[in-house]
Design a protein around this ligand. Structure first.
Ligand code: MV4
Length: 460
């Protein structure tokens, strides 16, 4: 096992990794920006090193600074958390060259999955279901036309170097295609330094369902079932749950078996998430793979009892999956996570500043992952996630009741949070019935705006 790990991250995930290390008897090194001097990840790590000014590019994303800190502190490994350097293959390569174990997949695999079109072809080759679409990138508008006729409208143009929703355009007919092709190309070239595009059949309001996988460094792969992540706004997830009501035991088993074969073939290692879209016929289609631990990993931990961060560390230390996991991982009950953001619950504007009161709910079946505390300060430089509230119940009904109870006891003053929005979503009949897709939030917010307009006190 490692002697000492550097955590190249901040906030709740840095603390999450520190907690896992502490319980495993591994020493921890936090890195922090000047804005995070008083953060809990700094306080609870064994050592802490300031790596620069507040802006992420000057600190958490500064590879030479992070590597210098790792060398000075003499660590064996780096855990990148999520976001920041977690899916940066160049960083993983620098770690390798510096003789520091990167806790994640090998850079070659990260690079493959980062090229979305190559990932798609790799999945296709391994018989993972993909959407009808182009074979390879599309160099010209004329070829885009040909593919679109083959695939059938509507189609979606996606950036090969993209992901997470940027550089995408939907074309519903032939006459829309040239403009969308050029716009998507320009946006992708600007955002990712690579304008190459590929095409897929567009699925209207799909569900977003993802499978958690774990792979050791000895060729063994297992899946830890799925998470339903359709409740999102502008590609930011707000609520995740496991299992998905839409995935039958048969489908779960089939996809799981196919993914194990596929990821063994690819040489995948460590934790990963395979994203699928589900259409109205409940068919699942691969769209992307994330080569990191995800924000929503606790819902999988809740239903499986597996500590995914400890599993990541043990895998990176060379342990075999059969030493890490029970002989058969079973699913138990239902888990839901709310991402509590520091933002206005209606306007979604970020809300930085001083927290003046902070009460975290607890009790049976409630977990809160946060690095915030009463009198803490939310700096304006980073993403708005301040806490994850995760509940686990015997079934979805109990989990929902528990979430409503816990949301009511989660008190944050001094800044705005998304808690009131979450409370409203849990009142929604469609959400409660499990009848939702990725279009849910847009419809929900439009309905809410409409209801407000027609209230008598708002009438003209
Ligand atoms: C799609 C799609 C419909 N059809 N691909 C958005 C983020 C990126 N990871 C993939 N995305 C989508 N790809 C096809 N062929 C719809 C989306 C999409 C979406 C996907 C998952 C979660 C939320 C979403 C919101 C809007 C669009």
């Amino acid at each position: 096992m490692f002697r000492k790990i550097l955590i190249a991250n901040r906030g709740e995930i840095a603390l999450r990794v520190i907690n896992a290390c502490r319980e495993m008897g591994v020493r921890t090194v936090a890195v922090y920006s000047e804005a995070d001097r008083n953060s809990l990840h700094v306080r609870f790590a064994d050592e802490a090193i300031c790596i620069g000014p507040p802006r992420p590019g000057d600190s958490y994303l500064n590879v030479p600074q992070v590597i210098s800190a790792a060398e000075v502190a003499d660590v064996d490994a780096i855990h990148p958390g999520y976001g920041l350097l977690s899916e940066n293959a160049n960083f993983a390569e620098v770690c390798r060259a510096s003789n520091i174990k990167f806790i994640g997949p090998p850079p070659e695999v990260t690079r493959l999955m980062g090229e979305k079109e190559k990932a798609r072809q790799a999945m296709k080759k391994a018989k993972v279901p993909i959407l009808p679409g182009s074979d390879g990138v599309i160099p010209t508008v004329e070829e885009a036309e040909e593919w679109a006729l083959k695939v059938g409208f509507p189609v979606i143009l996606k950036a090969k170097a993209g992901g997470g929703g940027r550089g995408m355009r939907i074309a519903r007919s032939s006459d829309e295609l040239p403009n969308h092709f050029h716009a998507a190309h320009a946006e992708a070239a600007n955002a990712f330094g690579n304008g190459e595009l590929y095409m897929e059949k567009f699925i209207e309001n799909p569900r977003h369902i993802e499978f958690q996988v774990l792979a050791d460094e000895h060729g063994h792969v297992t899946t830890l079932f799925e998470r339903e992540c359709s409740i999102q706004r502008r590609h930011q997830k707000l609520i995740e749950e496991a299992p998905s009501l839409q995935v039958t035991p048969k489908l779960r088993e089939e996809i799981g078996r196919t993914l194990c074969r596929c990821l063994t073939e690819i040489g995948y290692q460590n934790a990963g998430t395979v994203e699928f879209l589900m259409d109205a016929h409940r068919q699942l289609y691969f769209i992307e793979m994330n080569t990191r631990i995800q924000v929503e990993h606790p819902v999988t931990e809740a239903i499986t009892g597996v500590d995914l961060v400890k599993a990541q560390i043990r895998i990176a230390a060379g342990e075999k999956l059969d030493a890490i996991l029970p002989s058969k991982v079973e699913m138990r009950g239902h888990a839901i996570e709310c991402r509590i953001n520091a933002e206005h619950p209606r306007k979604f504007t970020p809300s930085a500043g001083q927290i003046t009161a902070f009460n975290v709910p607890g009790g049976n079946g409630v977990r809160v992952d946060t690095a915030q505390y009463a009198e803490g300060v939310i700096p304006p430089y980073y993403d708005s996630l301040i806490a994850k509230l995760i509940v686990h119940g015997a079934d979805r009904e109990e989990a929902m009741a528990r979430m409503e109870r816990a949301l009511g006891q989660f008190i944050v003053r001094g800044i705005e949070t998304s808690i009131p929005l979450h409370q409203e979503i849990f009142q929604d009949a469609g959400f409660r019935a499990g009848e939702f897709d990725t279009g849910f939030m847009e419809r929900f917010l439009a309905g809410r705006a409409e209801a407000e307009k027609s209230r008598p006190e708002n009438a003209a």
